[in-house]
Ligand binder design. Structure first.
Ligand SMILES: CC(C)(COP(=O)(O)OP(=O)(O)OC[C@H]1O[C@@H](n2cnc3c(N)ncnc32)[C@H](O)[C@@H]1OP(=O)(O)O)[C@@H](O)C(=O)NCCC(=O)NCCS
Length: 158
């Protein structure tokens, strides 16, 4: 059984965040993720400061196996508009490519539409093809590269 929900107190699930994050990025180019425990802790803190209401966890048979962190109040300088910014999305390695990422994305889309936001956006490592394929498959377009290695992606909702 699959359950997707917003976490009220993300500090309580930090342990699962770290476990899923490390598993999801295994074998990925280390340019695109935080590799040391210290960096991951700092990243978690940053996400918690910026999007405390945007920790969305996916449970499979009551086990946390995936999450997204979304800021539903992010200013996009190119669009000059507030957008839903997907800061992170991860599915544990052994659960990848089974449609769970799509279930998370559908939930993010539902929340963003309820808030009447016109766009879903994010950054993906420019050669993180697994993730780029995923977002493109579900209707995102690729845009400019920023800071050398990050590709801006975007999907129009309305
Ligand atoms: C990106 C991610 C969240 C997608 O979740 P998922 O549950 O694996 O994806 P789904 O099963 O819902 O969707 C399947 C699609 O994703 C893409 N995909 C998933 N795994 C892939 C792989 N190993 N290689 C290439 N494409 C892959 C494909 O487009 C696939 O569709 P296809 O089989 O028709 O080609 C997940 O793969 C992940 O955690 N990746 C590592 C972390 C990461 O890079 N996050 C994105 C940061 S921006």
């Amino acid at each position: 059984m699959i359950n997707v929900k917003i976490i009220k107190n993300p500090l309580k699930i930090k342990k699962y965040f770290i476990e899923i994050y490390k598993s999801a990025y295994k074998n990925t180019n280390p340019e695109y993720y935080e590799t040391t425990n210290e960096e991951i802790e700092r990243y978690f803190k940053w996400l918690h400061n910026h999007a405390p209401d945007g920790f969305i966890f996916l449970y499979f048979n009551k086990k946390p196996v995936g999450f997204a962190v979304v800021d539903f109040d992010w200013y996009d300088d190119k669009l000059n508009d507030v957008v839903a910014e997907i800061h992170e999305i991860c599915i544990k390695k052994e659960y990848q490519n089974k449609g769970l990422g799509k279930i998370l994305l559908d939930k993010i889309t539902e929340f963003a539409k309820n808030k009447k936001l016109k766009f879903l956006c994010g950054y993906v490592g420019k050669e993180n093809y697994q993730s780029l394929n995923f977002f493109k498959k579900y209707g995102f377009e690729e845009n400019e590269i920023r800071w050398g290695i990050w590709r801006r992606i975007r999907k129009r909702l309305f």
